[in-house]
Design a protein around this ligand. Structure first.
Ligand code: HQG
Length: 180
């Protein structure tokens, strides 16, 4: 039986962000996978879906988690990778303040060490408070930091905007963080 759309979205996050090897897939340096190859390998490994299912899930993703190549022959995760990828995004000027939603239990460590990418390749920042709130709630009782991007850029830090609007940076030292 084919998997449902939520399961398929989670499966795509798994293979395109974290563990392409579970189906013997190899992402290219920019994180792309050939759609036909991904489907063939997933099906061979017992996860059954077709191209229409994949395209429907990519189009319906609430956070636009996945991007299609021009020509729609390849797919990649817009952000969130733990495998090493070079997304090839150009550094951009972000809004003066970005937001990071976390859980209250992480606040003390973050205030002493700054925001670190943890298992992912980069720190994820949100352009608005409501999004940061939702991100934080995934981990527990939400706590929102503001990130002073103007001061960070003055110090040479770079910011990248993923295809889906999530902002990325390598790390945020504590002096650029403030409670909301
Ligand atoms: C925390 C979701 C202790 C950090 C979301 C976060 C996002 C520290 C957790 C995307 C720390 C990592 C990413 C430090 C950071 N000490 N804790 N020094 N530095 N942390 O899931 O930003 O649904 O890897 O605050 O919407 O929560 O997957 O990152 O709480 O866009 O598409 O360590 O994932 O999108 O957690 O979420 P995560 P995140 P998807």
């Amino acid at each position: 039986m084919p998997i449902d759309d939520t399961q398929l979205s989670k499966f795509l996050s798994l293979v395109l962000r974290h563990k392409p090897d579970v189906i013997g897939l190899v992402l290219d340096a920019q994180g792309w996978a050939g759609i036909d190859e991904l489907i063939a390998k997933a099906n061979a490994a017992g996860t059954k879906f077709g191209r229409d299912d994949l395209l429907r899930v990519v189009a319906a993703s609430d956070k636009k988690r996945f991007s299609l190549s021009p020509g729609a022959d390849r797919v990649r995760a817009a952000q969130g990778h733990s495998v090493q990828v070079e997304l090839g995004l150009a550094a951009q000027e972000p809004p003066p303040l970005l937001y990071h939603g976390t859980a209250t239990r992480f606040v003390e460590a973050i205030l002493s060490e700054g925001l670190k990418p943890q298992a992912r390749q980069q720190v994820h920042l949100s352009a608005d408070v409501a999004t940061a709130e939702r991100v934080g709630q995934r981990h527990g009782k939400a706590y929102i930091f503001t990130v002073d991007t103007v001061a960070m850029r003055r110090h040479g830090y770079k910011f990248y905007r993923a295809d889906n609007g999530v902002w990325l940076t390598d790390l945020v030292p504590p002096e650029f963080l403030a409670p909301i």
